[in-house]
Write a protein that binds this ligand. Structure first.
Ligand SMILES: Nc1ncnc2c1ncn2[C@@H]1O[C@H](COP(=O)(O)OP(=O)(O)OP(=O)(O)O)[C@@H](O)[C@H]1O
Ligand code: SF4
Ligand SMILES: [Mg+2]
Length: 410
């Protein structure tokens, strides 16, 4: 069993019913909402240095290796994948806790990835983060009032004598007792601490929140309450979310669109219904088959789990071609030679796989060969005429029909 299987089996199972029974109705997609955030070819590489006196750079940890997507205004995109695939790093690069090493993050006509530290301050107000661990992300020596009030002070958004009043309003909004502003984090439960983290993220009235595993550390019943709270806040304040999680059931509930990450790359991205019922990437199919609550739909009514062999390779030396090829049951010669392009295969569905197809219907020949101008083994084909792919972060009105192997324009 991989680490992911175990985590999923432990975290899901009976827990899901409880979560969903107490949660609001699933959030819905507004296909006409304009994008509020456009992430294009985002890269976050960390240098690896040799030991010794002269610490030379000997490689890179390619934690995030060229990901693209859009988040619609007031909408939510889920980001899922195994531990270590780069989800938190992507969140930190988007909120500029890290300076991205490549790509862009467009927000209201500015590129968050390139803006100087000085220019960043006003943008920070608009794009906030809720952190993965409510236990370590709150300074134990500061009172709740000081933690939630810090962004207000730093950004000078309310006069000093009104900070306390605003902090109390925020505590009330997230369902905490406003009189508890003088208490310390250790006087609160896990769920309450996560509410403090949410109040802190809300203080500056952001338009986008990157929520990094906001409910993973919480008990099941508390998970539902916090998911409800986030949905209420999203509706009330029109906040767009990048919702990072490994629990596929919670993501399905909160996010009308979902992106699946593997070893620094997005391998599939689609609207919820398509992704959960007709995943086309072998990795998505395996992930869904390992999640007890979503298994049946994901594997077309069959209940077996698709087991992934081996461990996730290191992001320092990812496999050539397709990063997933060392664990993929469908891998062939072309997968080692050529990186599969991100191909739009439906109105809101993109996948990066040479053999994309629904479970049990993967094609015998690579669907990408002609497009890329290579033969079926991935060798350059001198007679071929490669197709110029439109690799924009959002979805196009034109896509590639896998069965007909032609571009369709409905
Ligand atoms: N500051 C850093 N320097 C070097 N490598 C890093 C750094 N931060 C993260 N990494 C590496 O980048 C990869 C992605 O890490 P990240 O924390 O983003 O994964 P994740 O998908 O959030 O995992 P989890 O589900 O466990 O939270 C890992 O291999 C990690 O070791
Ligand atoms: S490109 Fe090849 S190795 Fe990668 S997921 Fe598709 S079939 Fe598997
Ligand atoms: Mg993480």
């Amino acid at each position: 069993m991989t680490e992911y299987d175990e985590a999923t089996a432990a975290a899901s199972g009976p827990s899901l019913d409880a979560v969903l029974a107490q949660a609001h109705a699933p959030a819905q997609l507004d296909p006409n909402a304009p994008p509020v955030l456009t992430v294009r070819d985002l890269e976050m590489h960390f240098p690896v240095r040799s030991t010794g006196v002269v610490r030379r750079k000997i490689g890179d940890v390619k934690a995030v290796d060229g990901i693209s997507f859009q988040i619609p205004k007031g909408g939510s995109l889920g980001l899922v994948g195994e531990s270590g695939c780069g989800k938190s790093t992507a969140g930190r690069a988007i909120t500029r806790l890290y300076k991205p090493t490549g790509g862009s993050v467009e927000f209201e006509g500015r590129d968050l990835a390139k803006v100087s530290n000085r220019g960043l301050k006003p943008l920070r107000r608009e794009v906030q983060m809720i952190f993965q661990d409510p236990y370590s992300s709150l300074n134990p020596r500061h009172t709740v009032g000081s933690i939630v009030g810090a962004p207000l002070r730093i950004h000078n958004v309310v006069p000093k004598d009104q900070t306390l009043k605003r902090v109390q309003e925020l505590l009330e909004v997230v369902g905490l007792n406003p009189e508890h502003y003088n208490r310390y984090p250790n006087e609160f439960s896990g769920g309450q601490r996560q509410r403090i983290g949410i109040a802190r993220a809300l203080a500056l009235q952001p338009k986008v929140i990157v929520a990094d595993e906001p409910v993973s550390a919480l008990d099941v019943s508390i998970q539902a309450q916090v998911v409800n709270l986030l949905q209420d806040l999203q509706r009330e304040f029109d906040i767009a979310f990048l919702f990072i999680a490994h629990d596929l059931a919670v993501v399905r509930h909160f996010c009308p669109e979902v992106a699946v990450m593997y070893l620094g790359k997005i391998v599939e991205i689609a609207d919820r219904e398509t992704l959960y019922s007709r995943p086309n990437h072998p990795y998505t199919q395996a992930l869904l088959s390992a999640a007890p609550d979503v298994k049946q739909a994901a594997i077309g009514g069959r209940r077996e789990r698709i087991r992934l062999e081996g461990d996730v390779p290191s992001p320092i030396n990812p496999p050539s071609g397709c990063h997933f090829r060392t664990r993929c049951p469908l891998a062939r010669e072309i997968c080692a030679k050529v990186e599969p392009p991100m191909l739009q295969i439906g109105p809101r569905h993109k996948v990066a796989c040479h053999f994309a197809g629904e479970l049990g219907q993967h094609p015998a020949d690579p669907v990408t060969a002609r497009i890329l101008g290579v033969d079926n083994a991935g060798n350059p084909d001198p007679g071929a005429s490669p197709v110029e792919l439109d690799d924009q972060p959002g979805f196009s009105d034109v896509w590639f029909d896998l069965k007909a192997r032609t571009t369709v324009k409905p």
